[in-house]
Design a protein. Structure first.
Length: 261
């Protein structure tokens, strides 16, 4: 019995005979030979049966199935943190931030070593990153700007395209500090779909503080008289007509009551 026969016998212990096809090749290396066979299983098209055989003693070290040319294989494994998409995070999840994330740079956590004549709880301290281990890098800022401008609160959203006025001069806009404050703010209009969200200055939604709704009531320029239709009047409902002599004096109180009727 040669090495190929030994390899096939070992493979038949884990696979059915009709699944192990013809012998393909031997990969020899210093007394060790990896012997490959075709795989005829319908679910593993393009895969190969392999057996590692010691050619000196004709013993089998290991058997396995590996993909060949044209084999359908799974995509390369991607870490969970890199596979996450916006909206995937749920309560209880913890996202691990890589220590070498290029979106972050070291902050000024050693505040005692800085001689700054400002209060510790002011926007200037926050923008400098005092008290934080890491802060946004230029890459992190650029990615945030691109992401926010391409979002529903950016200048190309359907709301923005139909809006006549932009957020930059809206009274509902809350300014923010730092670099991003030059192009973004926070919407504070409860009726706006962007309420409580970061909006670009050139965004718009139709709920601008200076929007004026144009009247939808048409004003007629002249009096219109209907000369076609006829109003029906019940003669019995009309007050009785009394013809008076010119000499007949009418009491003023009776005349006032008749006029009211």
């Amino acid at each position: 019995m040669n090495a190929v026969d030994v390899a096939r016998s070992a493979l038949l212990e884990i696979a059915e005979a009709h699944q192990v096809g013809q012998h393909i090749q031997n990969l020899d290396n210093d007394g060790l030979s990896i012997i490959q066979f075709e795989n005829t299983h319908a679910g593993y098209v393009g895969w190969r049966w392999c057996a590692s055989v010691n050619t000196d003693y004709l013993t089998v070290n290991e058997v396995w199935l590996e993909p060949g040319e044209g084999a359908l294989v799974a995509k390369a494994w991607v870490p969970w943190v890199e596979r996450l998409q916006p909206g995937d995070l749920v309560p209880g999840d913890v996202i691990e931030t890589p220590i070498d994330d290029d979106r972050l740079v070291p902050g000024y956590s050693d505040v005692e070593g800085l001689e700054l004549q400002i209060e510790p709880m002011t926007p200037l301290w926050w923008s400098l990153g005092l008290g934080r281990v890491r802060v946004l890098s230029n890459t992190g800022v650029d990615e945030a700007v691109l992401r926010w401008r391409q979002s529903d609160n950016g200048p190309r959203s359907p709301f923005a395209r139909y809006a006549e006025l932009n957020c930059v001069n809206c009274g509902w806009l809350i300014p923010v500090g730092g670099k991003l404050g030059q192009a973004f703010g926070i919407c504070a209009n409860a009726l706006s779909p962007s309420d409580g969200k970061v909006v670009a200055f050139d965004h718009g939604c139709g709920a601008h503080s200076e929007s004026v709704l144009k009247s939808q009531v048409a004003v007629s320029g002249s009096l219109v008289i209907d000369e076609i239709t006829v109003d029906e009047i019940d003669r019995d409902s009309l007050p009785e007509y009394v013809e008076l002599d010119e000499s007949h004096e009418v009491d003023p109180e009776d005349q006032e009551e008749n006029q009211q009727d």
